[in-house]
Design a binder for this molecule. Sequence first.
Ligand SMILES: [Zn+2]
Length: 464
Amino acid sequence: MRIHFHGAAGTTTGSMHVLEFEGGRRVLLDCGLYQGHRKEAFEKNRNLPFSARELSVCVLSHAHIDHSGNLPSLVKAGFRGPIVTTPATRDLCAVMLEDSGRLQESDVKFVNKKRLAEHKRPFEPLYTPQDIPPVMELMEPLPYRTGRELVPGVTVTLFDAGHLLGSALVALDFTEGGRRRRLVFTGDLGRRGQPILRDPEPVTSAEILITESTYGDRLHPKDEDVQAKLVELFGQAAARRSKLIIPAFSVGRTQQLLYFLNELHRAGRLPAIPVYVDSPLSNRATEVFERHPECFDAEASALFRGQSEPFAMRGVTYVTAKEESQRLNDAPGPFAVISASGMCEGGRILHHLRHGVDDARNIVLLVGFQAESTLGRRIQEKQEFIRIFGEEHRLRAEVHTIQALSGHADREEILAYFRSTGPLPKTAYVVHGEPPASAAMAESLRALGIGNVVTPAAGRTETV
Ligand SMILES: [Zn+2]
């Protein structure tokens, strides 16, 4: 077989790989949005690196936009095959892709204002919310651990990746040259012991592996006590009567935070300051979480049993209206606001940062991975000046990071996972990482005993 590595190769976004089987049948793994510098992202996302019509089927590992966010472009380009994914991923995609369409629209509106002033031709948005229903029609839900033939002779089975509600490790079984083979794609590999989600399921007998490497060169702090840190920072915000600004992915991270806050609140450990979840997407995603308790781990199932709204708690306000969100800009503290996007690349969090970063009493709490050249990364690096909406701001607010909530396994956790899956694969392709992370992961996999480990550059084709 041949594998074309089109995205998330040498970087962490734009996950997109094409598998070409005997007889020329092509299967697309993920169709993620590339995120980075606006102009480059615009070009990359608009121009798919393959003919959409030549693909028979797409398998989607999970709903994060860097894995699913370019599906609308794929369908606009003529793809008509099924998009096979778990039921929870399908439901999350319905809200996430629509939101992404809205962001694409407003992003282009912003750029076009400038272009029109300069008498330049306006851009078309990559896609809009109107482009989402045709994508959803192609989605074919496949429960975990259930085989489904994708194309003649190729069967897919999805296993729980423990990374996000509905996230899947993808196993493809096929026969080639009379030989049974199995390819496993990790999508994004989660971690053991994460709130709400089950642990990643061991998928055995992979001969060919495509693995992520987001944290391939790093270890998460082992003894980081998330709840203690939340109590401390909420306490500081209460004492200083200031704002605790928490950029968080609307889907996954926000629900985990709410889960922790709910637990702390029940235990009476949380200072009574208002908490605002200011993201319409978070609110809709939370409803999807509530519809899919089949994805919960035993602890969350027990906690949520009998509760109709397991993510609701006293003191939390879900903000939907724009005006209500804007009122928070000038509202006095203390309060905490959880808003998106998680890497501060867009969304309402930008307004909260704009009105909060230059006050030394305020606290910015980062709870997820911050990719290179994002505003979130610049805040994490505590750069003295940061640009928000084209204006320069002095970053005076305190900045804290909680690593333990990361949805990605770190180097040791990835290795431990592969040790748990029985005989090692013969060949491993390392993707979805910044170059130092992928290189370190590749080195570790060689040391583990995998003979052929490749870190493909974007656009590479490998025969295996
Ligand atoms: Zn992900």
